[in-house]
Ligand binder design. Structure first.
Ligand code: HEC
Ligand code: HEC
Length: 348
């Protein structure tokens, strides 16, 4: 436990290079001792920004650390199960998951990787108010959100074995990090590239997608499957996330892409290319938003300030999201969407 605790570096040191050096040492140390360590040992060399003064840098423990940890064996089993659900969420297919994704399809490095929305952050910042559903959310509720939208699914019940295991995995990844940190978290989310010089463009995005992405994700975005399992997931279509997912927002998609794609070559795309490709990918169809009111314009107005949902594509006039296709989920509805909370407190 002590070694894990040391990995949390709350950095308040004057010079950025020293800060970066320290953080990189932490990653490198992690990389040397564990096989499943972060794939990146030197993030700045790969084009990621160095930690800024005063940012919280936390290096989550690995599965090897779990085996070595001095915690109850029953807890280890549950965390291990949470890890397995996170990296092979397809075992919940047709029960809680109705697309072809795993949690780790978007949260790379098993949910640990900076700039790939590392998930331990949720364990130390929740409960908190969430704009997306306008109430205070727990960690389980945040996980349920990614089930309903990113996995085009129906979340496991709060308190179920699956939820407990997943939240235990998230919480354990946060081992040693301070609860409710009063500093910004290094590498949180999928930070968007700077605004592009030219407005994002469909045709440029298509060309750049075909050049940089199609080799793995296919020209038509359908992904690549072997023995019914994806090797490369589908960035659009029924196998992908639905319209309500965070990655359907243009800025989040651009941030995901520049920080994580092409796989193994993060930050190889220019800001302009990342926005263009995000615009192209975000202009393709995917399963309907579970918050769909039956009216695409109304749904767009209420929920889609940052995505292209409800907009007409220039080249063929197709209105994005104007359909009743909920993907493999069909009539199943995520029970957590639009669920009112704390109504008895609303007078204050
Ligand atoms: C299609 C991509 C995608 C998939 C698949 C996905 N997520 Fe997410 N997840 C996101 C995006 C986008 C965000 C928001 C990141 C941001 O705030 O910029 C997010 C955020 C989160 C957060 C909050 C992180 C924070 O910084 O507060 C947690 C926790 C989380 N996801 C868990 C999961 C779990 C568990 C699964 C599987 C059941 C999953 N996600 C599947 C895209 C995905
Ligand atoms: C070398 C193969 C490869 C290339 C090239 C590649 N990707 Fe990926 N991509 C992956 C893999 C693999 C994952 C899932 C990560 C995992 O499962 O570990 C992924 C995940 C994704 C996701 C999130 C999951 C989904 O399907 O929506 C998006 C979006 C994505 N890639 C877009 C792109 C874009 C855009 C490009 C081009 C700039 C690109 N990828 C290039 C292999 C690749």
């Amino acid at each position: 436990m002590m070694t894990m605790h040391k990995r949390t570096l709350v950095l308040a040191i004057a010079t950025t290079s020293l800060v970066a050096g320290l953080a990189m040492t932490a990653y490198a140390a992690n990389g040397e001792s564990e096989s499943e360590a972060l794939p990146y040992q030197n993030l700045t060399e790969l084009g990621y920004p160095a930690p800024q003064e005063g940012e919280l840098v936390h290096v989550p423990p690995t599965m090897e650390d779990l085996e070595a940890a001095d915690i109850h064996p029953e807890l280890k089993k549950v965390i291990r199960y949470g890890y397995e659900l996170f990296t092979d969420t397809q075992q919940l297919r047709d029960k809680y998951v109705y697309n072809d994704m795993n949690c780790s399809s978007c949260h790379l490095g098993e949910g640990r990787q900076p700039f790939s929305a590392p998930v331990w952050t949720a364990a130390v910042t929740l409960p908190d108010f969430r704009g997306k559903n306008q109430h205070v959310n727990s960690l389980e509720e945040r996980i349920a959100g990614c089930f309903a939208y990113s996995m085009n699914g129906v979340p496991p019940e709060y308190g179920s074995d699956e939820m407990l295991a997943l939240s235990a995995y998230h919480q354990w990844l946060a081992t040693g990090a301070p609860m409710y940190p009063d500093k910004p978290i290094y590498g949180r989310g999928f930070p968007a590239p700077d605004e592009p010089e030219q407005a994002p463009d469909y045709a440029r995005g298509e060309a750049a997608y075909q050049e940089n992405c199609a080799i793995c994700h296919q020209e038509d975005g359908s992904g690549h499957y072997e023995n019914d399992e994806y090797v490369f997931p589908a960035p659009w279509g029924d196998g992908s996330n639905n319209w309500g997912a965070g990655i359907a927002r243009l800025d989040t998609a651009a941030g995901f892409i520049q920080n994580n794609m092409p796989l193994g070559q993060p930050h190889s795309l220019s800001d302009q290319q990342a926005w263009d490709i995000a615009y192209y990918v975000s202009s393709q169809e995917r399963p309907q938003d579970p918050r769909y009111t039956g009216d695409v314009a109304e749904t767009a107005e209420r929920f889609h300030g940052r995505s292209l949902y409800g907009k007409a594509r220039e080249h063929d006039d197709h209105v994005l999201g104007d359909h009743d296709n909920f993907g493999d989920k069909g009539d199943a509805r995520p029970w957590n969407v639009g669920m009112p909370r704390f109504e008895n407190l609303s007078e204050d």
